[in-house]
Ligand binder design. Sequence first.
Ligand code: DHB
Length: 369
Amino acid sequence: LAQSNTFKIGLILPMTGQQASTGRQVEAGVRLYMAQNGGTVAGKKIELIVKDDTSLPDVTKRLAQELVVNDKVNVLAGFGITPSALATAPIATQSKTPEVVMAAATSSITEASPYIVRTSFTLPQVSVALADWAPKNGITKVVTLVSDYGPGIDAEKYFKERLTFNGGRVIDSLRVPLRNPDFAPFLQKVRDENPDALFVFVPSGAGAAVMKQFLERGMGKAGIRLIATGDVTDDDQLNDMGNGALGVVTSHHYSAAHPSAMNKKFVAAFGAANKGMRPNFMAVGGYDGMHVIYEALKKTKGQGGGDALLAAMKGQIFESPRGPIYIDAQTRDIVQNVYLRKVEKVDGQLYNVEFDVIKDVKDPGKSKK
Ligand code: DHB
């Protein structure tokens, strides 16, 4: 039987609904990588099939099943939120199809299937750095505010654990619903509790609403600092948040202002291909995810099934627009630098400007067990 000359990638993303900015950014990152690296790899024509799961995990699972059974995709990729990545895990396992997670970031995702490889990040990975920074900078009494699902619970747990270890205190831990959150009553409570800082995690796309409410309630003027994972000062929204965002310190793995030559080229090419859009961390997860897939296809000379592709994804090491990264061969999770950043104005625009780096950070969630 003649082998197919196409290599199919099923890209499942939230293209509509509350997580639509994630879908738009990841897809743009994927398409930029393809435009720069060609549509044929190891003799195979790359076919990208994009599906909108509206960020509902039941829809993600049905789409993944259809892509595997009907379209016979070689790789499943994308996954905007944790429940979508988890819902697909059994299908990846049963069909031996690599599942490249480009966006979702709960630590445990990679343990849900031996076929999962991640090119985004984990919340424990980025939260710990901020809990080391805070007490050295006059912040010891903190309230945490997170979205009430996987990544938020990871951020809350790992931030609190490390801050406490460092002699600080989390005096209250607040959780807001993922869908249609109203931050107002929570922020009122924080104001009354009067901590040194409020630590926040919300998913990409929800940061601007948090920032607006924080500023409108005069929290900063009341002496409460906002600190967060970089999901809150998301490059997709940051420049529209206004000068009130200046000075906010976050920790994360990617900033559009990362000063490497590779990133400057990436940001320029991304903008040129997308009407001036600024890439965020989701775009980089998509771009690097495609690199992992292309390199696995090259290494297997276009002949590999799911197991061979997966083996060729493990241990990959390369330079990303975010800095040097690798896919840990044991955990299939990403190892990367975590940066401390402060919102500053650069050429009249708001950016997360990096001021410190913790190199080669593994997901702390894995070494816990
Ligand atoms: C997840 C989604 C996000 O938009 C984000 O910024 C971090 C994590 C998630 O659902 O895993």
